[in-house]
Design a protein around this ligand. Structure first.
Ligand SMILES: [Cu+2]
Length: 116
């Protein structure tokens, strides 16, 4: 009885390590080193308005305007919150990050994130 339990514990432990190792290797193989993408908010525009990123990357929005802005997903999955002048916010890219986004205060401000 004791032996069976012990083997189960060991097996579980090994399986966990193997899964973790495979996950890390998978990320490296498909996405390379995660990078950070800057999007400036200036003159009521996102610059660049369209970016292509990879899962695991970081996107940072930096508000260079006097007016407050947000970067908010059309689909509602993510939001930087209000960025006052000089403030920045970043998000980590997941599959749901892809798609169009806009500024809540100025809906004519539009951007798009593509996962390449
Ligand atoms: Cu705005």
């Amino acid at each position: 009885m004791y032996q069976i339990n012990r083997r189960n514990v060991l097996f579980g432990s090994v399986a966990t390590c193997a899964a973790t190792g495979a996950g890390v290797a998978g990320v490296k193989a498909t996405a390379g080193t995660p990078s950070t993408h800057k999007v400036m908010i200036k003159n009521f525009r996102f610059d660049p308005p369209e970016i292509t990123v990879h899962i695991g990357d970081t996107i940072i929005w930096i508000n260079k305007d006097i007016a407050p802005h947000t970067a908010t997903a059309d689909a509602g999955g993510w939001d930087t919150g209000t960025l006052e002048k000089g403030q920045s916010e970043n998000i980590k890219v997941v599959a749901e990050t892809a798609g169009a986004y806009f500024c809540i205060f100025h809906p004519q401000m539009k951007g798009r994130i593509t996962i390449g």
